[in-house]
Design a protein around this ligand. Structure first.
Ligand code: SF4
Ligand code: SF4
Length: 455
């Protein structure tokens, strides 16, 4: 198989990064790469998906990674796993010898080890320049589940219709499920035994970077976790703080101690982001330090500064994110392009151990196993397929209300010449709604609430 054939399979099967923003994977596959890094860091607290997949589907994942390395003409593939994931490490150690172009790299158990720029440094020693992407240093990073999806596409001819999701927090039976894309959050919580108290909120994603969502929200191709927490839990209350109050708090209590900058993972790799400078500029309405605003474009929004570093519980990340959005809306481009040659000499001493982060977030009681449940969850009501669950242009519906679809049928296509991802029906059923944002499928077993037959 050549690169174009591989790209085509990945494109046709709607594969996007399963662990982050959902960058369409076909667009990463190109020449000029010498190292492909398998991201098994899964660095957010409480998430369990990737370490379990690596321990269970080790051969499928390694075989596919090795194949992609060869097809792209890369020199090697690095399987990067945190030291705490013993079962995954043991399983990979047992089989990696079968693949001469792969090697294992054990990462420190710190946050955010899975940030692409941090991961590339930890595995290769290279620093991605400011405002640049991994290929600029000859690498690409692929998530564990993404590679499993490439396996499904190449060897099983199966597009992305399912997702592995850890459901944890204040639920009866924390578990990791294989679930049809488009299933509601509420159904997943129910499958995990339900919530242990009435008043709760749900975070989709990790506690550091995830978002509070409605219980009706659908699972997408990028959902890694559903975390249920009491409404008054610090992780929830921090998410809900109002930006104007945060600005006022910054004006009154930011001591300019610089701890947010000293622990910033991007700053520690030599990038120019300095959250304390941003806080100083907004707190004191400084208008002649343009860099204090444009440097926000170098922030990965890992959340460390506001969830861990700041002793005043201020929210540099929230303020940075707001400035970044405004700059983008006004067409301001990133002017920073420094190419750091080395990391901060204090970096190793300033890495944030997971155990301390979990404790700081008051999540210790929820840091429990979430064993894999091998039964695929098929939604009982309807399936909501969002047309935008990836980076790039929204998919365009190619079905209409009343159409009958089978699992794997194409229902959304990529607009001509745009970056995007195809969308496939995750269940057999009938299309009951099509809008600019979503396609709704009523599963076969739920026709008229009683029939098991389509016709
Ligand atoms: S850590 Fe907090 S108090 Fe210190 S400079 Fe940063 S925002 Fe200000
Ligand atoms: S969120 Fe804060 S700690 Fe993380 S990269 Fe941005 S400024 Fe640095």
């Amino acid at each position: 198989m050549n690169i174009d054939e591989l790209k085509n399979i990945v494109f046709e099967n709607g594969i996007v990064g399963a662990g982050g923003a959902g960058f369409p994977t076909h667009a990463k596959l190109t020449t000029g790469i010498d190292t492909i890094i398998l991201n098994g860091a899964e660095c957010e607290p409480l998430l369990r998906v990737d370490r379990q997949l690596l321990a269970i589907y080790t051969d499928e994942i390694l075989m596919t990674l090795s194949f992609v390395v060869d097809t792209l003409g890369a020199r090697s593939g690095i399987v990067a796993i945190k030291s705490a994931y013993k079962a995954a490490i043991d399983s990979v150690k047992n089989l990696i010898g079968n693949y001469k172009n792969l090697e294992l790299k054990v990462l420190p158990d710190v946050y955010p080890a899975g940030d692409e720029v941090v991961l590339i440094y930890e595995t290769t020693g290279r620093i991605v320049p400011e405002g640049s992407i991994p290929i600029s240093v000859g690498t690409i990073v692929m998530n564990v589940e993404t590679v499993l999806n490439v396996y499904n596409a190449i060897y099983l001819k199966h597009p992305v219709t399912e997702k592995y999701v850890t459901v944890t927090g204040n639920v009866k039976c924390p578990s990791t499920f294989k679930v049809k894309v488009g299933t509601s959050v509420a159904e997943l919580i129910e499958k995990a035994g339900g919530c242990l108290e009435e008043d709760y909120e749900v975070i989709m994603g990790g506690p550091m970077t995830g978002k509070i969502v409605d219980r009706k929200a659908p699972i997408t191709k990028t959902t890694k976790a559903i975390i249920v927490l009491p409404k008054d839990h610090p992780v929830i209350t921090k998410r809900k703080t109002n930006i104007s109050i945060e600005l006022k708090r910054a004006m009154s209590v930011c001591s300019q101690c610089q701890m947010c900058t000293d622990l910033c993972p991007r700053n520690l790799l030599g990038h120019s982001i300095k959250p304390h400078k941003v806080m100083n500029a907004v707190a004191n309405s400084i208008v002649d330090d343009v860099a204090a605003y444009t440097m926000t474009m170098l922030c990965s929004e890992c959340g460390l500064c506001e969830m861990y570093s700041c002793h005043q519980s201020l929210s540099p990340r929230k303020i940075i994110s707001q400035i970044k959005t405004k700059l983008r809306q006004n067409g301001v481009k990133n002017p920073h392009n420094k190419r750091p040659e080395r990391a901060n000499v204090m970096r190793d001493e300033r890495l944030v151990p997971m155990e301390r982060l979990i404790s700081r977030l008051s999540l210790k009681k929820y840091d429990v196993d979430a064993p894999m449940n091998f039964d695929t969850i098929v939604p009982s009501h309807h399936v909501v397929m969002q047309l935008s669950q990836h980076v790039g242009a929204k998919a365009i519906p190619v079905v209409k209300v009343g159409d009958i679809v089978k699992e794997g049928d194409l229902i959304g296509d990529v607009p001509d010449n745009k970056l995007g991802a195809k969308l496939h029906a995750s269940v057999d059923g009938i299309i009951i709604d099509v809008t600019d944002d979503r396609i709704v499928i009523k599963p076969r077993g739920d026709f008229n609430g009683q029939s098991n037959r389509i016709s």
